[in-house]
Design a protein around this ligand. Sequence first.
Ligand code: BTN
Length: 261
Amino acid sequence: MEIVELDVVDSTNRYAYDHFNELSDGALVVSSAQTAGRGRRGRVWRSPPGVNVYISFVMKHTNQAFLASAAAGLAVLDWLHTLAPEVKAYIKWPNDVYVGHRKLAGMLCEGAGVKEGRLLGVIAGIGVNVNLDSEYLAGIDQPATSLAVEAGMQFDIKKVIPGLAKSLLRYYIIYSKYPERIFREWKDANRLLGEEIELTVGTGERLRGVFADIAEDGELVLISADGKRRHFNCGDVRIRRESVNWTKVASFNYSKEVRNE
Ligand code: BTN
């Protein structure tokens, strides 16, 4: 597996995009720090040196950006489960990793370009808060957590990256053979299905309703109080905390068929 290790870069996603042709399928770009880490919807991803994971995984054999990113999300969950089984992480649509109501990891999947109407590939950029302490986390503009806070111990970043690399590759292979399994497992890992949520869409409009389903193309299905059923392919889900059944969320048992592949 090709792994490009950098000390500092503006953004591993930007690096992977600029070097896409030279990078092999399944390559991983890793950096100890980012000076312009990018989040979804134009947000900044804070990337202090040496304490977190900042990586971009290159997938060249995919024309289904949604399923490829779902596979990467499952790979992150599996890796977290191996590192700290007591930490009950789950996927929050579209592809954040949460523990309780706090964000532990984020994913920014970007297309690598289009040639003759075909997607050239997908770059899955993953940022995981690993060793951030509570003081630093309190300064983040949304509820956030880290693996260290959840597990009560520090992790050696250099030692944990190979496990994540392996997990990404494994799920990429499973995705290429059995995409339907990735969809099932990913949907199952979305622990907020059935809960009342507030969805902020691209225009900034906020919609309330029940997170009723995830369609096969990955779209969130929202049923509002007037009974209207609408599909969304992007947006920010805010958990209406009073509605959430945390027992159900915490009971996610990560050992399904995909894991045994
Ligand atoms: C989000 O939750 O908004 C997505 C965050 C994605 C952050 C990662 S860190 C590695 C990669 N490089 C970037 O610039 N962004 C992603």
